[in-house]
Design a protein around this ligand. Structure first.
Ligand code: PLP
Length: 404
């Protein structure tokens, strides 16, 4: 099998699985219990917060564990609306966000929120001038993703954060595809809320976090117990949280620092959010494979159209439209050859809808339906890329021929 769907999910790393096991079998206490067994779980949760906070230049009490990216996005948007609706009811986002943001916005529109959906250019980039023009006195939130899950385009997050800060507006970024791949500094980028998910960077599924800066006065949207200082009810998923921490440690270097060292550091020093050397090498490897795959596809498959920005893109993202073919058919034929990839469309109630992201960058519905996303991981090799290009060229050629 050649696995090229790392943006969908990744394999849980062996050290991540290993770190979790004792929290199922030995340290299974409830983190809210006062006896020693519970205390071990509570300490593990606190340690994980310290670790994650250290990677972002944040404080441990600004990290809240969730069930993943979808919950983090829902929480961020709904809770900002609830807390700030007296100040205003206008939110700005973009047309290329993940459905966890877009469908939440649609829900909020039904509650009386006005949402501006910013256009993107042909590469998928938000226009910061359009963003500035969209800001109104009643704007309470700007939510723009760090990196796009389909086409990999990286948004100008720092610039957007500065604009939000200058206007006193909260800035949320869906960093589900970026956290674990890139260094992120919440203070330098003026990020007030950030969503991340463990399973996108070799952590476990069903666990993620929402960073909520002390500045953002938002409440829980889960009601129940007093976990997470009353902001996210529900017994903590301790094995998942420990696994998430282990996945973070594989990637970021600040976690080499001990608990106390991180605490002693000033805010500026605290942001040691660089990638560890091993991870930098892995990312470089993914980037090399990405550029190799892109150039070979462009040379060998006539009419192939690269989707997304050529350089401002996630290290492992390749997305092409192959006009004249259905992406879904290519996927099935790739699967028959043991290659796992993803298409630029979603099956909704039996019909195949073209991707909203590809339509937003100006692809026609037909071009959008012909898209294939190949997302790379550290385990992929150049030899695999050669096989994939060969198979893709054969399959696209065969489908096009059969249509003549
Ligand atoms: N946001 C983005 C950009 C994503 O790519 C995803 C998952 O693909 C999500 C949110 C949802 O994350 P999760 O699967 O952890 O709920």
């Amino acid at each position: 099998m050649i696995y090229l769907d790392h943006a969908a999910t990744t394999k849980t790393a062996p050290e991540v699985v290993e770190s979790m096991l004792p929290y199922f079998t030995e340290c299974y206490g409830n983190a809210g219990s006062i006896y020693k067994l519970g205390n071990e779980s509570r300490m593990a949760v606190i340690r994980a917060k310290e670790t994650i906070a250290g990677t972002l230049g944040a404080e441990a009490n600004e990290i809240y564990f969730t069930s993943g990216g979808t919950e983090s996005d829902n929480w961020a948007l709904k809770a900002v609306y609830e807390a700030y609706r007296d100040k205003g009811r206008h939110i700005i986002t973009s047309k290329v966000e993940h459905h966890a943001v877009l469908h939440t916005c649609e829900y909020l529109e039904k509650q009386g929120v006005e949402v501006t959906y910013l256009d993107v250019d042909g590469d998928g980039l938000v226009d910061v001038e359009q963003l500035k023009r969209a800001i109104r006195p009643d704007t309470i939130l700007i939510s723009i993703m760090y990196a796009n899950n389909e086409i990999g385009t990286l948004q100008p997050v720092k610039e957007i954060g500065e604009i939000a800060a200058n206007h006193g507006i909260l800035f949320h970024t869906d960093a589900v595809q970026a956290y674990g791949q890139l260094p992120i500094d919440v203070a330098a980028c003026h990020i007030d809320l950030l969503s991340a998910s463990g399973h996108k960077f070799n952590g476990p599924k069903g666990v993620g976090f929402l960073y909520i800066s002390k500045k953002a006065k938002i409440r829980s949207f889960m009601h129940g117990g007093q976990q997470e200082r009353g902001r996210r009810a529900g017994t903590e998923n301790v094995p998942g949280i420990v696994g998430l921490e282990a996945a973070v440690k594989r990637v970021y270097c600040s976690v080499e620092d001990s608990f106390d060292e991180i605490k002693r550091k000033t805010q500026e020093e605290k942001c040691s959010c660089s990638l560890i050397a091993k991870r930098e090498k892995e990312i470089e490897h993914e980037r090399m494979l990405r550029d190799y795959l892109i150039s070979r596809i462009e040379q060998e498959i006539p009419g192939a159209m690269l989707n997304g920005h050529r350089t401002k893109r996630l290290p492992g993202n390749v997305n092409f439209s192959f006009p004249g073919v259905e992406g879904e058919s290519v996927l099935i034929m790739l699967d028959m050859q043991g290659i796992c990839a993803s298409s630029g469309s979603a099956c909704t109630s039996g019909s195949i809808d073209p991707s909203h992201v590809l339509l937003a960058i100006g692809r026609s519905p037909e071009e959008a339906r012909s898209a294939i996303r190949l997302t790379l991981g550290v385990e992929n090799t150049k030899e695999e890329m050669d096989i994939v290009v060969g198979e893709l060229a054969r399959i696209v050629g065969k489908i096009r021929e059969s249509r003549l």
